[in-house]
Design a protein around this ligand. Structure first.
Ligand SMILES: C[S@@+](CC[C@H](N)C(=O)[O-])C[C@H]1O[C@@H](n2cnc3c(N)ncnc32)[C@H](O)[C@@H]1O
Ligand code: SF4
Ligand code: SF4
Length: 338
C-alpha cells in the first residue's frame, strides 16, 4: 500500500493539517484533445488550459503534504505546450507521477525519463473498434508511442474502459498489449453519469461473463499484469440504495480542472456540467491555494454533503459501493486508481 493510502486508512474521515495528510492530485492540465471518444465529454467542453505558472504553484502546494502523488490528465496532457517543464517541476518534489494519455502525441526523451508510470488508453486490438470507440483512426499511432515508452524503461500501463466493444475480443487485446511490453492493465468501469453513447454500454450479460470468466482467466494467465481483486460491480442509478456513501476519496483527492476549479473527486469534478456544479466546487487555484482549501470549512461541508446526500456520480459509482466493506476495500486498494 503506498504512503498516501496508508495515511488515509489511518486518518479516515478526519480533516488534518496538510503536513499530516496524504493527497492524490489529479491535474487536468488542458481540456484540449484530438481524440473524439464516445464516452468522454472533454473534447466537447470549452477549451481551457492551466498555464505553466499555475501548475508550478499547484505543485509547490502539493510539496507541503506528508505524502503525495500526481496524475497528469486532461483532455490530452501531452498536448500541453509546456508538458516537459511540468514533468520537470513534478520531479523536483519527488512525487510519484503518472501520465494518462491517448498516445496520439510523441513520447519525448525530454520528459519520459522523469515519469514513474505512463498509462495509455487503448481499449481494443481492432483498428475498426478503436475508431468506433475513440472516434479517430488512432490505434497504430498509440501503439507506436507505446513502443517508444516501453523502450525508455518507464513503467507502461494501459487503461481499458469496459465498453461493449472493448469486451469483444478482450483476450486478444490483452495478449497484444502484454506482447508489446505493457506491465499493468487496468480495467475501468464505463462511467455512465457522463453522456455516454448507448451503443457503448455493456449488457448485464457482457459484464457477467467478464466478472465470472474473462477476468479470473486473465488474472491467472497474466499474474502481476492484470491486477488481482474483484472487478468493480456494475452500477446504475436505479440500483442505488438510498442513504449516504462511506467513500473516502473526497478525504484524499483533489481534482484540478483546466480552468483551475478544485473538486474533491475526479468523478464529481468531471466534464459533465451536472456534476461539476458550484455546490461541490471547493474553490479555484487562481484565487486560493490548495493548502488553504484542504482545511477550509467549505471542504468540510462538501465532504459532509457527499457522505450524506451523494451527488449523481456517487450514486452511479462502484468505487463508493466498495467502501461499504472496509476489509474488502483495503485488500484491493491498489487496483483503485484514485
Ligand atoms: C479523460 S481521459 C484523459 C487522458 C487522456 N486523454 C486519455 O484518454 O488517456 C482519462 C481516462 O479516462 C478514461 N475515460 C474517459 N471517459 C470515460 C468514461 N465515461 N468511463 C470510464 N473511463 C473513461 C479514458 O479512457 C482515460 O483512460
Ligand atoms: S478520453 Fe482522453 S483522448 Fe478520449 S476524448 Fe477524453 S480526453 Fe480525449
Ligand atoms: S462515490 Fe465515487 S464519485 Fe463519489 S466521491 Fe467516491 S469515488 Fe467519487
Amino acid at each position: 500500500m503506498d504512503k498516501v493510502w496508508k495515511i488515509v486508512k489511518k486518518m479516515k474521515y478526519n480533516v488534518c493539517h496538510v503536513s499530516e495528510s496524504g493527497i492524490s492530485a489529479l491535474i487536468k492540465i488542458t481540456s484540449s484533445c484530438r481524440s473524439r471518444c464516445q464516452y468522454c465529454l472533454s473534447w466537447k467542453t470549452a477549451p481551457d488550459i492551466l498555464p505553466l505558472s499555475e501548475v508550478y504553484s499547484i505543485i509547490e502546494d502539493i510539496r507541503k503534504f506528508a505524502a503525495h502523488r500526481i496524475v497528469l490528465s486532461g483532455g490530452e496532457p501531452t498536448s500541453h505546450s509546456d508538458f516537459a517543464k511540468i514533468i520537470e517541476k513534478c520531479a523536483t518534489i519527488n512525487s510519484h507521477v503518472t501520465v494518462i494519455t491517448d498516445g496520439q502525441y510523441p513520447v519525448k526523451s525530454t520528459w519520459i525519463p522523469m515519469v514513474d508510470e505512463i498509462t495509455f488508453s487503448i481499449d481494443t486490438y481492432s483498428p475498426d473498434l478503436y475508431k468506433l470507440i475513440r472516434g479517430i483512426n488512432g490505434l497504430s499511432k498509440a501503439l507506436e508511442n507505446l513502443a517508444v515508452a516501453v523502450k525508455s524503461g518507464v513503467t507502461v500501463s494501459v487503461n481499458i474502459v469496459l465498453s461493449h466493444q472493448a469486451l469483444l475480443g478482450l483476450e486478444k487485446t490483452v495478449e497484444l498489449l502484454v506482447n508489446r511490453g505493457v506491465s499493468k492493465i487496468y480495467f475501468l468501469e464505463l462511467e455512465t453519469h457522463l453522456l455516454v453513447s448507448d451503443n457503448l454500454i455493456p449488457s448485464d450479460n457482457d459484464l457477467l461473463i467478464f466478472r465470472e470468466n474473462l477476468l479470473p482467466s486473465l488474472q491467472r494467465k497474466y499474474p502481476g499484469i492484470v491486477p488481482h481483486g474483484k472487478a468493480l460491480p456494475a452500477r446504475d442509478e436505479a440500483s442505488y440504495k438510498r442513504g449516504g456513501t462511506a467513500c473516502i476519496i473526497p478525504w484524499m483527492q483533489m481534482t484540478i480542472r483546466p480552468n483551475g476549479d478544485l473538486f474533491p473527486c475526479c468523478r464529481i469534478g468531471d466534464d459533465n456540467p451536472e456534476s461539476n456544479g458550484r455546490t461541490f466546487c471547493l474553490g479555484n487555484v487562481k484565487e486560493i491555494s490548495i493548502c488553504d482549501v484542504w482545511q477550509s470549512i467549505k471542504r468540510k461541508r462538501v465532504q459532509t454533503l457527499i457522505a450524506t446526500i451523494p451527488p449523481l456520480p456517487c450514486r452511479m459509482c462502484a468505487i463508493g459501493e466498495l467502501f461499504q466493506n472496509e476489509d474488502e476495500i483495503w485488500n484491493q486498494i491498489e487496483s483503485i486508481r484514485m
